[in-house]
Ligand binder design. Structure first.
Ligand SMILES: [Zn+2]
Length: 146
């Protein structure tokens, strides 16, 4: 059922006045004559316009017959596609994020300089730290070519 007919079936004294227009008794006030005009427009998606010549608010008109705007205007399909994530992070945030990783690297460097053997765990942790720092630099838009 189209949106406009969904509305019209709730109204009294519905009378077609044009190809896409109807009049009806306004449900929102004590309507003696058909003060309500319903117009259907189709510009790619169906649009139903409701107007009460007595001045009723559209929300009141719809509410009086148990409808809401959502019944007339079904939610459009939201486009969830998001463009390339180009945002950059403030340097302070990046520094905070990599501060601990920098400590890991520093500790490894100290051990290396002291000639201490690397355990496998230290090695894995060092690789992780380096990868995290590189990821943080990428996120911050920092490049280091040469
Ligand atoms: Zn009215």
């Amino acid at each position: 059922m189209s949106n406009v007919h969904n509305l019209l079936q709730h109204l009294d004294k519905v009378k077609r006045t044009g190809p896409c227009t109807w009049s009806a008794r306004c449900p929102a006030h004590d309507d003696k004559g058909p003060s309500l005009v319903i117009t259907e427009k189709d510009d790619g998606r169906e649009i139903v316009l409701v107007h009460c010549f007595a001045g009723c608010d559209v929300n009141d008109v719809l509410g009086a017959v148990g409808l809401t705007f959502a019944d007339l205007y079904p939610p459009r399909v939201v486009d969830h596609r998001v463009g390339p994530d180009r945002r950059t992070f403030p340097a302070a945030d990046v520094l905070r994020a990599i501060a601990f990783e920098a400590l890991v690297v520093s500790a490894a460097a100290v051990a290396l300089l002291a000639g201490e053997p690397f355990s496998e765990i230290d090695r894995e942790r060092l690789i992780l730290a380096v990868s995290r720092i590189q990821a943080a630099m990428t996120a911050a838009g920092v490049t280091h070519h040469g």
